[in-house]
Design a protein around this ligand. Structure first.
Ligand SMILES: C[S@@+](CC[C@H](N)C(=O)[O-])C[C@H]1O[C@@H](n2cnc3c(N)ncnc32)[C@H](O)[C@@H]1O
Length: 453
């Protein structure tokens, strides 16, 4: 059957629901359209942007009748900024949509008719919750400015004066860096021409300690006057570390080696009553309050009695393992980033945890060695990146057959796919699962699942 729409066509559509990733779903003669910026219940005028055999994509041009869950978005950059997608959707409905996505993935991909899904844990704070933000520099008529990529644009930066996802301190640091760049008359890097000097500013905060770390990323090793930059930032007593990093490649990454130019090597964050060191590139969950909830849930699912050998795979800076250490016999962490492992080792020492060991390595390649060292694990906690468990890691986990796997997931699709394979290869069953909203106004959803053979 030919698609009933053509590219650039404008049409009126009633949005039925939200799809995974956040687009509205509408139907025309049974044909599905994914509508950007369309919310459930809305009647919109939309322009078709892409037509495929099975579905089409469209962009909302005008909301003709707002749906019942539409609210006023408080941020003046909403819609233009690529950061938040759902400030205009009532928060309870955001949570419902996220819970439904986890449910659907478990039904559709994992093939579980009635998933044992517990109610979603909503976020404690729906604004000001991020402990890390990465800004890009842009050239404006007033000089360099800092902001975020425009929605849907990799090559354009939208300058912002206030971001509602960070704190007053985070906004103040960004404004001070902007002022410094203007006074120094420095040029922002341009993604299209690959010319210009200033690329990014990364601000990390220990939300429970009040400490901040700043990284300036430039495109070349040509030096700037550090004195003035440092003076501009240290007017905030919270700023404890200032780093400089150079990214001379075309890729938009801030994850590059950085050099300490002022202050302490690391700042600290407090999570679950423990202290954690934060260096520029070490992984730390970006919502401190909800990370505590997430780890508490993982701990509950792990059901430790003090006698267990526990693996913490994809352990980052060791936060999950350390939060479980008091309740287990021994904890063994694996992480690919050496910088994160260095932090994990420091964190173990800082928190006087004597029953925990961390190793650098790729989970798929090193779990057999780990098995030799630690003996069979009673509980395996996995917290992989969005892509989920890679084939080899999954086969090894199926082979090892731990009595309990606690799967911490930031992507329900890969959680469901990985569960299906663990079910087929090693007979694991999904005992319980609970979604959490760590990132209000974005399509991301976290979930914790308990698997037993
Ligand atoms: C979602 S984070 C979880 C970190 C940690 N559990 C936490 O809560 O802070 C995933 C981590 O997996 C690491 N990672 C990615 N691929 C890996 C692999 N193949 N083997 C080991 N670690 C990996 C990343 O560096 C990152 O620190």
């Amino acid at each position: 059957m030919a698609a009933p729409v053509v590219k650039e066509q404008e049409l009126e559509l009633r949005i039925e629901s939200l799809a995974f990733g956040g687009n509205g779903v509408a139907r025309l003669e049974g044909f599905v359209l994914f509508v950007r910026r369309g919310l459930p219940g809305d009647l919109v005028r939309a322009r078709v942007t892409k037509v495929k055999r099975s579905h089409a994509e469209a962009e909302t041009v005008e909301v003709l009748e707002p749906g019942p869950s539409r609210v006023e978005a408080p941020c003046p950059y909403f819609g233009a900024c690529g950061g938040c997608r759902f400030q205009d959707l009532a928060y309870e409905v955001q949570c419902e949509a996220k819970a439904a996505q986890v449910h659907d993935a478990l039904v559709r991909i994992a093939g579980i008719a009635e998933p044992p899904l517990e109610p979603i844990v909503p976020a404690d704070e729906i604004y000001g919750y991020r402990n890390k933000l990465e800004y890009s520099f842009a050239n404006t008529p007033d000089g360099p400015a800092l902001g975020f990529h425009r929605a849907g644009r990799w090559d354009e930066v939208l300058p912002v004066e206030r971001c509602l996802l960070t704190t007053e301190l985070g906004n103040g640091i960004r404004a001070a860096a902007t002022e410094w760049a203007r006074e120094e008359v420095l040029e922002a890097y341009d993604q299209k021409t690959h010319r210009g000097y200033l690329r990014h500013l990364v601000v990390r905060e220990g939300r429970n300690t009040g400490q901040a770390l700043v990284v300036l990323v430039t495109s070349t090793t040509e030096p700037f006057d550090p004195e003035f930059f440092i003076r501009s930032l240290t007017k905030f007593p919270e700023v404890r570390s200032i780093y400089w990093a150079v990214n001379d490649g075309e890729g938009e990454t801030t994850n590059v080696p950085s050099k300490l130019i002022w202050g302490e090597e690391a700042i600290e964050e407090e999570l679950c009553g423990l202290r954690f060191r934060i260096r520029p590139n070490a992984f730390l969950q970006t919502n401190t309050g909800m990370a505590e909830r997430l780890y508490a849930l993982a701990g509950k699912f792990a059901g430790l009695t003090g006698e267990e050998t526990v693996w913490d795979l994809y352990c980052g800076t060791g936060t999950i393992g350390l939060s479980l250490a008091r309740h287990a016999r021994s904890i063994w962490g694996i992480e690919i980033s050496e910088e994160s492992v260095a932090c994990a080792l420091e964190n173990a020492e800082r928190n006087s945890a004597g029953n925990i060991a961390f190793f650098a390595g790729n989970v798929g390649q090193v779990v057999r060695d780990l098995l030799e060292r630690s003996g069979p694990p009673d509980v395996v906690v996995v917290d992989p990146p969005r892509a989920g468990l890679a084939g080899k890691a999954l086969r090894r986990l199926a082979e090892i057959g731990a009595p309990r796997i606690v799967y911490v997931s930031c992507n329900p699709t890969t959680l469901a796919g990985d569960f299906k394979l663990l079910h087929e290869q090693a007979g694991y069953e999904l005992i319980r699962a609970r979604p959490l909203d760590m990132f209000p106004h974005t399509p991301h959803v976290e979930a914790v699942a308990l698997l037993e053979p």
